[in-house]
Write a protein that binds this ligand. Structure first.
Ligand code: VGL
Ligand code: ZN
Length: 196
């Protein structure tokens, strides 16, 4: 399926491409850093390139110390909360942080605090192409959130990776995004606008 990019209306949205989620990180997504080979060339093709960042306080509710599911990760201002050095940030124009309310688990980058959907719409964006990690958590919830805000969403299946805490989580997340109305494509389906 060929999908032609319209630079005026399309944005590339990268979910949590941070050190903590990549191999070697405290909450590593298997093969997570493979996404950059796909994402970096794409950042040159979009006018608007946005990224979200997990940005937790040290006492976040999702951490094991508070009976949450995760080891402490992406703590504000710490080295591993930075975007991974493999990410080409030269064309990155928007960053949205999330997960900073200590008492609220939050996987989506789209909510009433971030106003991410409204910020994209203010830039003329009505369609987003999504990559990042993790497929079964923040990518899934962000895609559903963006759809709820009325954006058209294309998930780049070669630019995402899952954690699979339970076997099949990634597969179920893909299915669910599709059922909610997301299109699943690969980066190879993207073609640049030709002619006038
Ligand atoms: C994420 C687990 C905990 C994610 C964030 O970015 O998918 N997963 N916090
Ligand atoms: Zn987190």
């Amino acid at each position: 399926m060929a999908v032609e990019i319209n630079p005026k209306k399309d944005a590339l949205v990268l979910i949590d491409p941070q050190i903590c989620f990549m191999p070697g990180g405290v909450l590593a997504v298997p093969g997570g850093d493979k996404i950059f080979d796909v994402i970096n060339p794409l950042t040159k093709k979009f006018r608007v390139v946005a990224a979200s960042a997990d940005w937790h306080p040290p006492n976040h509710i999702s951490f094991k110390e508070r009976s949450g599911p995760w080891p402490p990760h992406c703590i504000q201002m710490r080295e591993d909360a930075n975007f991974h050095p493999k990410l080409d940030q030269s064309n990155l124009s928007m960053v949205v942080r999330k997960g900073f309310n200590p008492d609220k688990e939050q996987y989506t980058a789209f909510d009433e605090v971030s106003q991410f959907g409204d910020m994209l719409k203010a830039r003329g964006i009505n369609r987003i192409f999504v990559g990042g990690v993790a497929t079964d958590y923040c990518v899934h919830d962000s895609v559903i959130g963006a759809l709820k805000e009325g954006l058209d969403v294309y998930v780049l299946t070669d630019a995402i990776r899952g954690i699979n805490v339970k076997p099949g989580d990634e597969e179920r997340a893909l299915e669910d995004m599709k059922e909610h109305g997301a299109e699943l494509i690969t980066s190879k389906d993207i073609v640049e606008k030709t002619g006038a």
